[in-house]
Design a protein around this ligand. Structure first.
Ligand SMILES: [Zn+2]
Length: 289
């Protein structure tokens, strides 16, 4: 990995800026994916158009900026543009830069693919309570292929490429199976004890995909940290609703909430920042058994 101060030279500022802008453009594309994929529409054609049918001019489609310049309203018809558009662009740009700053370049490139899919899956799950297969099964297969090509993704490096590659691919498969298996059994037990499906089968496939990129430790971490984040979020939402005296409303106990964004947030945290610490913790715990 590059020495820490290498991130502060003028050259690297240029590289950092380019990574951020590219991330924003990918975020702009993810907005199209989020809007069209659940509806079964093509993500490449037709060109971006407003809800009123008018095509959107390039100057009104500049990532990071246009929403603010337009004050959140479409130029053609004045329809409000969902705040999701700038949020996804800024978020993706930030995640791209974070990958670039904290990970070796080849692993960062894998991270761009991984985190882009997590962003798209989160926002689709948030709106539709489902995650399309291409972002779960497709992401899992992609994770396996990238693990074989970039063994450093699972910390395998320094040996012969073939051996590193085999170990890394094995790590991806193990992560996929442990992640999917864990969520599958939690879902089964919840189904038996609570009599309702706490997690959908989409979550089973989604955590498998997270495991393909993060290994089994990352998959296990994502499930438990995701559950913690979900509980905290529900608690806050419930408190907020009570505060507004609107009653329990749609966040009442037992309602279906999207778990995908929580799993994704935990997976991203593990991939970017917590991998080493969580790995060391598992090492320590495994001594006890
Ligand atoms: Zn319009």
């Amino acid at each position: 990995m590059a020495p820490p101060d290498a991130a502060l030279t003028p050259d690297s500022w240029l590289a950092n800026g380019i990574v951020f802008i590219v991330g924003a453009c990918i975020g702009s594309f993810l907005n199209v994916v989020i809007a069209r994929l659940p509806a079964g529409q093509s993500v490449v054609r037709p060109r971006s158009h407003c809800a009123c049918g008018q095509p959107i001019a390039w100057r009104d489609n500049i990532p990071l900026l246009s929403w603010f310049l337009l004050l959140g309203r479409a130029r053609c018809c004045g329809r409000p543009i969902p705040v999701r558009y700038p949020v996804v662009e800024w978020l993706t740009a930030g995640l791209f830069l974070a990958c670039w700053l904290v990970l070796p370049p080849a692993v960062a490139a894998c991270g761009w693919v991984f985190l882009s899919a997590l962003v798209a899956a989160s926002f689709i799950d948030g709106e539709h309570l489902m995650i399309p297969d291409v972002l779960t099964v497709g992401l899992g297969v992609t994770g396996f292929v990238l693990s074989v090509l970039v063994p450093a993704l699972h910390g395998q490096q320094g040996g012969s490429f073939l051996l590193d590659s085999l170990r890394s691919g094995g790590g991806a498969v193990l992560g996929l199976l442990v992640g999917s298996g864990l969520v599958f059994w939690i879902a089964m037990l919840a189904d038996l004890t609570l009599g309702k499906d706490a997690m959908g089968f989409g979550d089973v496939k989604f955590v498998g995909a997270i495991g393909a990129f993060c290994g089994w430790q990352g998959a296990v971490f994502s499930v438990f940290a995701g559950a913690f984040l979900g509980t905290a979020w529900l608690g806050l939402a419930f408190a907020w609703k009570s505060l507004l005296r609107r009653g329990a409303g749609p966040v009442g106990f037992g309602s279906r909430i999207p778990f995908g964004p929580m799993l994704a947030a935990a997976g991203a945290l593990y991939f970017l920042f917590l991998g080493d610490a969580v790995g060391a913790w598992f090492e320590k715990v495994s001594v006890l058994f």
